[in-house]
Design a protein around this ligand. Structure first.
Ligand code: ADP
Ligand code: MG
Length: 247
C-alpha cells in the first residue's frame, strides 16, 4: 500500500546547523507514530517542513503520492495535513466553541466574513468536534481560563475543523500534568481512530510513546537514527543513550 506520507532526502540548514540532514520516512494510513529525540534535533523543523512553514534546500515530501514540498501552508492544509502547536494557538478572548466555529468557517468554501459566528451549520460542525474531543463541558469557557490539557485539546479541535487526513502534533503532552496526560492521550487517540485520521506526534514522555505509538522514529541531529515498534526501539541501548537517558 502506498504511504500517506513519504519523505526522501530532506535537508535544511539554519546558520550552519543541519536541522534536517537527509530525513527519510514513510507513514501509512491509519498509523499513529511518535517522534522522539533530544532538544534541537530537528523534530519541530520536520513538522514545519511537512506543513510548508519551512522550505527544504533539498528533498521531497509526498502526501498521498503527490509532491507538496514547496507548497504554501494553506495549500498543504487544503490537501489534508493539519497541525497542532506545542503552545496552543487560540483566540484567548473567545470561547472554545467560538474558536472552533471560526476554524470551521475558515475551512468552509462558502465562508462569508460577516457574521460567521451566527451560522448554525458552523455551530453544529463545531459542536460535533467538541464532542469527539470530550470538550462539551468547556464549550462556553474562554480558552484563557482552561487548564493546559484542555487548551491542547482545543488547539487540536481547531486542527480537526480543517478536516485533515494527517494530523501532526508537536508535543501534545508538554506542559500538561502527569495526571492529565493519560486522559488527554486517550481522548486524542480515540478521536483519531474514530475519524480514521493518521497522526504523528512529537513526545518526550517515553511512557506515553510506549502506550500510544504504533511506531516510533528516533531523531538525532536532523536525521532518523532508529525506527520501529516502541517495544524494540525504546529498549535499544544506543537509543537509550541518545534519547531516553536525556529526555
Ligand atoms: N526558523 C528557524 N530559524 C533558525 N533556526 C532554527 C529555526 N527552526 C529551527 N532552528 C534551529 O534548528 C535546530 C532544530 O530545532 P527544532 O526543530 O526546533 O528542534 P526540536 O524540535 O527537536 O527541539 C535548532 O538548532 C534550532 O535552533
Ligand atoms: Mg520542538
Amino acid at each position: 500500500m502506498r504511504p500517506i506520507l513519504s519523505v526522501r532526502d530532506l535537508h535544511v540548514n539554519f546558520g550552519g546547523v543541519k536541522s534536517a540532514d537527509g530525513v527519510e520516512l514513510d507513514i501509512h494510513a491509519g498509523e499513529v507514530v511518535a517522534i522522539i529525540g533530544p532538544n534541537g534535533s530537528g523534530k519541530t523543523t520536520f513538522i514545519n517542513l511537512c506543513t510548508g512553514y519551512v522550505i527544504p534546500t533539498r528533498g521531497t515530501v509526498l502526501f498521498d503520492g503527490e509532491p507538496i514540498t514547496r507548497l504554501p501552508p494553506r495549500k498543504i492544509t487544503r490537501r489534508g495535513i493539519a497541525r497542532a502547536f506545542q503552545i496552543p494557538q487560540l483566540f484567548t478572548g473567545h470561547s472554545v466553541l467560538e474558536n472552533v466555529m471560526l476554524a470551521v468557517a475558515a475551512q468552509s468554501d462558502i465562508w462569508q466574513p460577516i457574521g460567521p459566528l451566527n451560522r448554525e451549520t458552523y455551530r453544529e460542525a463545531a459542536l460535533r468536534i467538541l464532542d469527539l474531543l470530550a470538550l462539551n463541558d468547556s464549550a462556553d469557557q474562554p480558552t484563557a481560563v482552561l487548564p493546559e490539557g484542555l487548551r491542547k485539546l482545543a488547539d487540536i479541535a481547531i486542527a480537526i475543523a480543517l478536516k485533515p487526513r494527517l494530523l501532526l502534533l508537536d508535543e501534545p503532552t508538554s506542559g500538561v500534568s502527569t495526571a492529565e496526560k493519560t486522559p488527554l492521550m486517550d481522548t486524542i487517540v480515540a478521536m483519531l481512530r474514530a475519524e480514521q485520521i493518521t497522526a504523528l506526534f512529537v513526545e518526550h514522555d517515553m511512557d506515553v510513546v510506549e502506550r500510544y505509538a504504533d511506531r516510533v522514529f528516533v531523531w538525532d541531529t536532523g536525521r532518523v537514527v532508529a525506527s520501529g515498534h516502541p517495544s524494540e526501539v525504546l529498549y535499544n541501548p544506543s537509543v537509550i543513550e541518545r534519547v531516553v537517558g536525556v529526555a
